[in-house]
Design a protein around this ligand. Sequence first.
Ligand SMILES: [Cu+2]
Length: 212
Amino acid sequence: MDRPPSRAPLPLLIPVGGMLAIGLAAVGFSRILLSVEPEAATATALTVAFGIMAVAALVARRERVRAGVLLSSVGAVAGIAMVAGGIALAVMPKGREAERPAPTEGEQPGAGATVVTLTAPPGAASEGFAETKLVAPAGQPFTIRFENQDAGIPHNVAVHAAEDFSDPPIAATPVQSGPVTQTLEVPALDPGTYFFRCDVHPTTMTGRIEVG
Ligand SMILES: [Cu+2]
């Protein structure tokens, strides 16, 4: 009496399991390579590749390959990968982020290179923003860091070109109750005077931005 139901999953399990293991190893190893410097990553990848070749060559020299030998060769390759990755991480701890050059003056800076802070202190609904005048550079995006310190009171910040706020906002944050810190990315503006307000308290919470 044969038992086909118990053997049926195996032919499917081996290729699927193999693919999964290869995928996991590839993703894991790529994490190591990405976290080290390019030179270290190249050296690590080469070391591991040669290690795999050497182990495979050794296994291939045997007349009979038993499951135990295959298993230990997989272990050896994994060991080589771990040791090489560990050495690369230890010798070159600097990540790629440290290499990235910081934007310098004169260069075209990315969005949010300039950060100006705007605060809504407790009582802002009647007292207004702590700052009524902000200064920002012209021709480049900047960030308004809006600190709503007013616990339980909803505020926001909206930037307009028109003093009477009749135009659609250039940029605005959602209305949120404090305490909360919002960041507003403002696109590059031409030199001039712009206006900001809290949409919830438009009569008390207003100010201007001098751009230029
Ligand atoms: Cu408000």
